[in-house]
Design a protein around this ligand. Structure first.
Ligand code: SF4
Ligand code: SF4
Ligand code: SF4
Length: 400
């Protein structure tokens, strides 16, 4: 047992950890290592570029649809930096998660809505929103599917694998994940409650989309978009001082929504006190500043919190295998233990279950896409696709 460890008294983030410089090189990625000043400068330029892209698309409209300066600039940056991060990542589970994350962001937040901006069916009204950003749009069919998935598998469905916010922060922003720059004080832990203010505003947005379009509802949704997007980019640009996950920790209304489902759904982390040596590494690698082992010790082995985004770092870095995910799969297969060994396994394509899982994922995505296409038809149709592709490629007209 670590001689510095003490019996927990409340949920205070632990500071009793091994200093980063003593961590083995093979773990430095999960622990967040030091990056040269120029890497951080490049990352800051990329953040500014993503922000300018959004500004141009939202307010200026000076450059049409070029990928280098519109709302999809962010997705292109995630892909570019994502390839670097996937190659550099040493933790096998994080590498798997990054691959899925980069593919999802590239497909669902960039290529499909950019090439084919159909409107997904929704309750109430919304202006022409492309299909897959509706992962975050209250009232859309996809959004309800996401809520159901979060209930079964936890917040990681979106906050780990599917959100451009986590995408840009875990790829471009990784250089700012250094432990010295991530607020980990008890005050920072209390600040997590700030997001409930944004959540209250979000409830107003849910109400607005189900009402007829009028000055009040349209005005409120515009205000809500600003109050979400501007802090989103502001926290990117402040990353050198406040770390790379401040938006998710303190301000995201969607994170609050998914967090509530985390709490009432089937997801949690199991903590085995008898194995734990209280080294504090689980808390040290947690971007959400969750005092993992302390919370588990105080809650009879359950780490069950609205904050956990399910990145799995605490589990895969625990040296004694004391932590394990629990979700709907454990209800279906009680002997399953989603611990460090389980998560760190390499994907074995020779296993039937792996291939079936992949086929199921493709089938689900195809179903969502087909349903959206079938019910939409308001902006993008099969017939408009070639013309849209031609416009993106800079061709004056192209149709079949
Ligand atoms: S907390 Fe919000 S911004 Fe962060 S990953 Fe989750 S949904 Fe995305
Ligand atoms: S749960 Fe694992 S990582 Fe966390 S303090 Fe215990 S032994 Fe260390
Ligand atoms: S508690 Fe573990 S899985 Fe949850 S956010 Fe923290 S490190 Fe990730």
């Amino acid at each position: 047992m670590n001689p510095q460890a003490v019996v927990p008294h409340g949920f205070r983030p632990s500071r009793r950890v091994v200093p980063i410089r003593f961590m083995p090189a093979s773990q430095q990625r999960s622990q967040a290592g030091h990056y040269a000043w120029w890497v951080r400068a490049v990352a800051l330029v990329a953040f500014a570029w993503a922000f300018l892209g959004w500004l141009n698309d939202a307010w200026l409209y000076r450059f049409g649809t070029p990928i280098w300066l519109n709302r999809y600039t962010e997705s292109a940056l995630i892909l570019a930096f994502g390839l670097w991060r996937i190659r550099a990542e040493k933790n096998p589970y994080t590498r798997k998660r990054l691959i899925i994350l980069v593919i999802n962001v590239t497909l669902f937040w960039w290529l499909i809505p950019w090439v084919w901006p159909f409107i997904e069916p929704h309750l109430g009204f919304l202006a022409g929103l492309p299909a897959f950003p509706s992962l975050h749009v209250p009232g859309t069919v996809t959004f309800f599917l996401v809520l159901a998935a979060v209930l079964l598998f936890g917040r990681r469905v979106i906050c780990g694998w599917n959100c451009p916010c986590v995408g840009i922060r875990e790829t471009v922003g990784f250089a700012f994940r250094h432990v010295d720059h991530v607020p980990r004080s008890a005050r920072a832990w209390r600040l997590r409650h700030l997001k409930w203010f944004w959540f209250a505003l979000y409830l107003g947005a849910m109400w607005a989309v189900t009402r007829p379009a009028n000055n009040v509802t349209v005005g409120y949704l515009g205000f809500f978009a600003m109050i979400v997007v501007l802090p989103y980019f502001a926290t990117l640009l402040l990353s050198p001082w406040i770390g790379n996950r401040s938006y998710c920790r303190f301000l995201c209304p969607y994170g609050a929504t998914f967090g509530l489902l985390n709490k009432v759904g089937m997801f949690r982390i199991d903590y085995a006190a008898e194995r734990c040596i209280q080294c504090g590494k689980c808390a040290k690698v947690c971007d959400m500043n969750i005092p993992v082992w302390e919370m588990g010790a105080a809650n009879q082995g359950r780490v069950d919190t609205t904050e956990c985004m399910g990145c799995g770092r605490c589990i895969t870095e625990c040296p004694t295998n004391s932590l394990a995910f629990r979700d709907v799969r454990n209800w279906l297969q009680p002997s399953l233990r989603q611990d460090r060994e389980h998560l760190r396994q390499r994907v074995d394509w020779s296993l039937g279950i792996v291939r079936w899982r992949f086929a199921g994922y493709l089938l689900l995505m195809a179903g969502v896409l087909t349903g959206a296409i079938h019910y939409s038809g308001q902006v993008g149709t099969w017939g408009e696709l070639p013309a849209r592709l031609g416009a993106i490629c800079g061709l004056p007209t192209l149709s079949w």
